[in-house]
Design a protein around this ligand. Sequence first.
Ligand code: GDD
Ligand code: MG
Length: 323
Amino acid sequence: LKAMILVGGFGTRLRPLTLSCPKPLVDFCNKPMICHQIEALKAAGVTEVVLAINYQPEVMMSFIKEWSPKLGVKIVCSQEMEPMGTAGPLALARQLLDDGSGNPFFVLNSDVVCEYPLGDMLAFHKSSGGEATILVTRVEDPSKYGVVVTDGEGKVERFVEKPQIFVGDKINAGIYVINPSVLDRIELRPTSIEKEVFPHIAADGKLFAFTLPGYWMDVGQPKDYLLGLNLHLASLRTNSPKELASGPSFSGNVLAHPTAKVGGGCKIGPDVSIGEGCVIGDGVRLSNCVVMRGVKDEVALNGTVVLPHKEVKESLLQPSIVL
Ligand code: GDD
Ligand code: MG
């Protein structure tokens, strides 16, 4: 069983985190975002993951070198020469995805978090007789997503990407099961699966929706990233409470990396994740936030001008220019 993760977007909405690191490798709950997905894919029987990349290939290669053995899954790259959108990468990696067996494969956006019910979704797909199945969820504001309109049996009647007017509140959660036959519908050029592929499969009555149980969030924007953290920690509280921090310094749901040090008299929580190697001083109060790996003392700048590509290593309390 194979899977493709679309990791080629520029992640502009998650800046500044994505200035130094591609979005799919930004830590979420103390590991690169896509590690959560690869773990879930492995649990659903996937043995090979194809990363569809379009920039910073060196960073992705070193990710693969570090994480492929840790996760126990074969990870390969399909490198685009220009951004191929969300469908073009499937055409480009056709040889890697279609092994001739006719078996379906998974496709995932790299920035969505949920409990990944991939095994159930695959079983649903096989029983539906469709060409593709989309994971769907309900949201309050569907306008920034792809909206899916279904009949009573889960057959998709319409797929509208980022609708300007209300068409429904069931949205594309960014996870698909796709038959190799769909590859015949995709031209080898930059193209969008949401705008140029799904509407056609829906018109042929071959597109199905599987409703996601549990939480979901696209963590590609800072505000949503924090909401996603809150939801993910709540889900850990239900499903795997031992992973959460406990003790007098912690309240609510807190994830602390085993190598992180927390000082005395702190009040940490609710909804905090503390990354690898972080050192939290005495008497610190933290809530609803993420301390990324390796974070140390804060740096304060007072009326300072920082030129591009310059690093600030210590506090500058008098107005100055870093050049
Ligand atoms: N390889 C490659 N090449 N990947 C790309 C490219 C590209 O040119 N452009 C975007 N991607 C990847 C992104 O890295 C991300 O993983 C995924 O494709 C979706 O792109 P986003 O930029 O995050 O799209 P979105 O959030 O606005 O909308 C998509 O996700 C929603 C759910 O979160 C759509 O699929 C919507 O229909 C959906 O509701
Ligand atoms: Mg997104």
